[in-house]
Design a binder for this molecule. Structure first.
Ligand code: SAM
Ligand code: SF4
Length: 333
């Protein structure tokens, strides 16, 4: 599926819930965001229908996210069904890891092979503060269980925020010396729902790399050398390795270094909107037509429409005045 900027759109990020068992300070307000009603959320059969139509149009890669995808009931059965859709050859999930220890095996058996775990501090007290009550031990146990179960690669996503966790950047990078993880640093982004968006807290990917180079020379990793599935998983991260490291470091700079030119994704929000760009409020309602009984041809047309209105780029790096309306938990980060 080529969009108007000639980008091949083959990746659908599906938010399956807006609910979460954490309240990360950079993602949600303290009291949480008003939850969507049960009726407002797409049912599994509706998600499956959209993914089937999207797969016929050229979507190859699906990532489940949220909110916290593992809090939605029967997520394992959804995964089993998506994994069986012809054309979907890469299925992954992003989680905060709290429930992963208990669920890793079931997820793997359902056909999931790749997992991203968000983890912003290795210090239990700071982790508790950042997530407003999360238990670091549960996440570390989840990562260990995922590794034992056979997930590969295991990606750990760290949102780097000045004055909050920037003094842990090297410790996170050191993880790759002894574990085969992909540790990826993500720039803090101005999404809605957070009380104190402050551009001064952004640490750019270059600054992060600078800090890490004190541990050793970073050599660039050719994404293709990662082989098959893993190469496809590369996406917008620039990949590097420390000398003799088992794992890989990734730097995702949505703000300082646009990757819009190679953006290959569409998002489906939990309440059934196709969102062509994280940083644009344009959304196309797919739930209402779906529930009023439209055929697959109409769903296909709506997906094409999302492609037609996908912006060629964003300009948020040049001065962010307002936060975006929806928080990341509502969009599906
Ligand atoms: N709950 C799951 C999790 O935390 O992994 C999935 C949803 S969460 C919204 C997806 C990703 O968005 C997480 O890696 C989180 O760190 C990231 N995120 C949320 N708010 C962000 C922000 N303001 N800037 C950068 N990343 C953000
Ligand atoms: Fe929940 Fe993920 Fe947002 Fe944290 S980042 S509040 S875990 S949705």
């Amino acid at each position: 599926m080529l969009d108007r900027a000639n980008r091949n759109i083959e990746y659908l990020r599906v938010s399956i819930t807006d609910r979460c068992n954490l309240r990360c300070v950079y993602c949600m307000p303290e009291g949480g965001v008003p939850g969507l009603s049960h009726e407002a959320i797409l049912r599994y059969e509706e998600i499956l229908r959209i993914v089937r139509v999207a797969a016929k149009k050229g979507i190859r890669k699906v990532r489940l996210t949220g909110g916290e995808p593992l809090v939605r009931k029967d997520v394992v059965s959804l995964i089993k069904e998506i994994a069986a859709i012809p054309g979907i050859d890469d299925l992954s999930l992003t989680t905060n890891g709290i429930l992963l220890g208990k669920m890793a095996e079931g997820l793997y058996d359902a056909g999931l092979r790749r997992i991203n775990i968000s983890l912003d501090s290795l210090n239990p007290v700071r982790f508790g503060e950042l997530t407003r009550g999360g238990d670091l031990r549960a996440v570390l146990d989840g990562i260990r269980r995922a590794e034992e179960t056979g997930f590969d690669p295991i990606k750990i996503n760290v949102v780097a925020i000045k004055g909050i966790n920037d003094n842990e950047i090297r410790e996170f990078a050191r993880l790759t010396l002894t574990r085969p993880y992909h540790v990826r640093f993500i720039e803090f982004m101005p999404t809605g729902g957070i009380a104190t968006w402050d551009g001064g807290r952004i640490i750019t990917a270059d600054e992060i790399m600078d800090k890490i180079s004190a541990l050793g020379r970073l050599s660039a990793v050719n994404q293709d050398s990662q082989g098959g599935q893993k190469a496809k998983a590369g996406g917008p991260a620039k990949l590097y390795k420390l000398p003799d490291a088992m794992g890989i470091l990734g730097f995702i700079s949505a703000l300082s270094n646009h990757f819009c030119g190679s953006c290959n994704r569409l998002r489906l929000t939990a309440d059934g909107k196709l969102r062509p760009c994280l940083f644009s409020e344009t959304e196309i309602d797919i739930k209402a037509p779906l529930r009023s009984g439209c055929g697959d041809a109409e769903l296909s047309r709506l997906i094409s429409l999302a492609l037609a209105v996908k912006p060629e780029g964003h300009s948020i790096a040049g001065g962010i005045k307002d936060k975006y309306r929806r928080s990341m938990s509502k969009i599906g980060g």
